[in-house]
Structure formats: structure tokens, C-alpha cells
Design a protein around this ligand. Structure first.
Ligand code: AGP
Length: 368
């Protein structure tokens, strides 16, 4: 096992650092610069069938569902298709109305999660086309779906999912480009996106090279009573994922919310002992986030901001800042989640937690 750890003290840290390679593997052979689109042959659907899709339902649990939420925003903005994301466990008992033009995507690293498998079977029973986004080749969900996309993230051993999440988001990005190019996206826009996607692995590497900055922030806030993770739009799913990572391995109470929900109740929690982590890269909702940060500061809440390089405003507002490389707002989730994974990891490390085997959790939940 030591060899597999490759010199890292924990699988989670190794898997966080595997991410440039994992997302490179997820995009390998799937980018077509000539046609300015993505190729996902495993879907087993021709362009005519892809064009007939009227609605997409995404089901998964935990981290996989969070990737689906990012996917929802990506597909809606690039392909203008209605997307609904649900907990696999709720979907199976909901009796959701579906029709023949709906395609269901089941997202699962292991491909063995009982709730997700049950959702797959329920959707199939209703006559839906169900596709999988799985990491484990030949897993039950991969076998029981009509097709899908493998993440190719490599084995993930740490209970806290990391590289499978960024690979899932990357797969959704490819899917959004593919569906978009069949509908509203021009060749010029498609090409720009593909060129930007190709830069992602190196950008993730540059975020990882600055792990010490995150470690210092983690040590500063490790005794926090609770933490709030706030993001909007493409960053909303990242806020949920950042909070899940924090609670899974540190046992600190952490909540993820859309930043705008602060004023609808969440802000009642804010005080000097509860830091708020704001996801505020350069995007269409940046100014809205800045006003939310000011509201938290006015209530003496510490603020950690994950922002973009070149942002000269944020340093004056937030207590601590981590800057990600500049990129399109569509791609930013892959870069902003990395500092949150590291934040959870280094916080757990300084609290002396059992990082790869957190209490009460199993890597894959094969019972209902
Ligand atoms: C992630 O850190 C969790 N351990 C958990 O939420 C996980 O994502 C969930 O159980 C789904 O697993 P799957 O992707 O293997 O289906």
C-alpha cells in the first residue's frame, strides 16, 4: 500500500494531487478541435438522437450529486436544455413524471451505490434512456445503463471523494459542449471552450503548487466552531462540495448555501467564531458576492475568499484570500474546488483526524 501512496502521507492528498492527470485522462481523445466539439462515443447516441433530447435528469448521492449541480448550470447555459438534479434516494420514491424525450444520467464514482442503482432501475422501468457517468469500469451501474462516459480518474481510495469530483465536472463540461454544439453554440464559441479546457490540467497544477498558502489558512481557522461555504451559479455546487469535504474529514459543522440565501436566514449564524468561505472568482455574479461579503464583515464574521488572479478589490474586503488562475466562469469550478479540498485536508491534519478513514463513513454505500 505504501508504494500506491507514492510518498504521500494520505490517499486523499495523493488523489488531490492526481487531479491534473485525472482530468487529462477524462478529456483524452474526447476533444475535437477541428469540429469544435466534444466526442462521447460511449453515450451510444447519434447526433439525431442527441438532438431529440428535451430534458435531462441527473441523479447521484453526495459528491456525485454536487458534480451534477455544476453540470446542470453548464448544460443549461451551453445547450439551453432543462436539467433537473436530484438525490438518487429521493428520485426513486418520487414518482417523477418523465417522458420519452428525457434522458437520465446516473453519476457514481464506484458505480455500486445502492440508492443510485435503485434510481437507475426505476428510471429504466419507466422506459427512460439511462446513461452512466462512472469511474469503476464494469461496475453494476456501468453495466446496467445503456451507455455513458467513464471518468478514467484511476482508483480513488480516500473516503472523501476528490479527483472523481473534478473528473465528473469535466465530463459534464464535455457533455455541455457536445449538446451545445448541436444547438446554440457556434463553432467559434466551441473552439474557444475547447482551447480553454485543454489548459485546465496545467492550471490545476499551478493551484496545487501553492498548497502552503491553503495550509496556513487551514491552521488559522482549525478551531472554528462551524463554517459556511457560499457560492452562486457555477460555484453553488462547489459551495456544497466544500462544506461536505470539511464535515466528512474534520467533523466541523459546515454548511454550503447559495450566497444569496445568507439574508434569508443563514446570516443569523455569523459571528467571530464562524468563518465564511466565499467562492467569488471573476464571473457574472462577482459584484453580488462582494455585497454579501460586506454583509458578513459588518457582522464581524471572518471571510476567506477564493477569487481570481488580478482581483485587486477582494484583498481589502476579505481576511484571507486565495487566487485561482484566470479562466472562463464555466471552467472555474474545477479550479475553485481544489483549494477547498486542500482546506478540508489541512484542517483535518491539524486536528489530528483519521483522514482516509473518517468515522461513520464508508467509501461506497451499498445498502439503502
Ligand atoms: C464523498 O466525499 C462521499 N464519501 C460520498 O458522498 C460519495 O460521493 C457518495 O456516497 C456517492 O458515491 P459514488 O460516487 O460512489 O456513488
Amino acid at each position: 500500500a505504501e508504494a500506491e501512496l507514492g510518498g504521500y502521507p494520505h490517499y486523499m492528498l495523493k488523489e488531490i494531487f492526481d487531479q491534473p492527470e485525472a482530468i487529462r485522462n477524462a478529456m483524452r481523445g474526447r476533444l475535437d478541435l477541428e469540429e469544435a466539439t466534444a466526442k462521447l462515443g460511449g453515450l451510444n447516441m447519434n447526433p439525431h438522437q442527441l438532438l431529440r433530447i428535451q430534458r435531462i435528469v441527473i441523479v447521484g448521492c453526495g459528491t456525485a450529486r454536487h458534480a451534477g449541480i455544476v453540470g446542470e448550470y453548464l448544460i443549461e447555459s451551453l445547450a439551453h436544455l432543462p436539467v433537473e438534479v436530484d438525490y438518487a434516494s429521493e428520485f426513486r420514491y418520487r414518482n417523477a413524471p418523465l417522458d420519452g424525450e428525457t434522458v437520465v444520467f446516473a453519476v457514481s464514482q464506484s458505480g455500486e451505490t445502492a440508492d443510485t442503482l435503485a434510481a437507475v432501475r426505476e428510471a429504466k422501468r419507466k422506459g427512460m434512456r439511462v446513461l452512466g457517468i462512472c469511474n469503476q469500469v464494469g461496475s453494476t451501474i456501468a453495466r446496467e445503463t445503456e451507455g455513458g462516459v467513464y471518468m478514467h480518474a484511476g482508483p480513488e481510495i480516500g473516503v472523501a471523494a476528490t479527483k472523481s469530483f473534478t473528473s465528473q465536472v469535466l465530463v459534464f463540461l464535455l457533455l455541455a459542449v457536445l449538446l451545445g454544439r448541436l444547438r446554440y453554440l457556434s463553432a467559434r464559441q466551441g473552439k474557444k471552450l475547447i482551447e480553454a479546457i485543454e489548459k485546465l490540467p496545467d492550471q490545476v497544477t499551478s493551484v496545487l503548487s501553492r498548497h502552503k498558502e491553503i495550509r496556513a489558512i487551514a491552521e488559522k481557522y482549525a478551531d472554528a466552531e462551524a463554517m459556511l461555504f457560499l457560492g452562486r451559479q457555477f460555484q453553488y455546487g462547489i459551495a456544497l462540495e466544500g462544506a461536505l469535504k470539511m464535515k466528512e474529514i474534520t467533523y466541523i459543522r459546515a454548511e454550503g448555501h447559495p450566497a444569496a440565501e445568507l439574508k434569508h436566514g443563514v446570516i443569523a449564524l455569523v459571528d467571530e467564531r464562524i468563518p465564511s468561505i466565499f467562492l467569488c472568482p471573476q464571473d457574472g455574479v462577482y459584484d453580488k458576492n462582494v455585497s454579501n461579503i460586506a454583509e458578513v464583515k459588518a457582522r464581524r464574521g471572518p471571510v476567506i475568499a477564493i477569487a481570481s488572479e488580478g482581483d485587486d478589490r477582494i484583498g481589502k474586503l476579505a481576511d484571507d484570500v486565495f487566487l485561482i488562475p484566470q479562466c472562463s466562469e464555466l471552467l472555474a469550478p474545477i479550479l475553485t474546488v481544489v483549494p477547498l479540498q486542500l482546506l478540508a485536508y489541512y484542517t483535518a491534519l491539524s486536528l489530528g483526524r483519521d483522514i482516509d478513514k473518517p468515522r461513520n463513513l464508508a467509501k461506497s454505500v451499498t445498502v439503502e
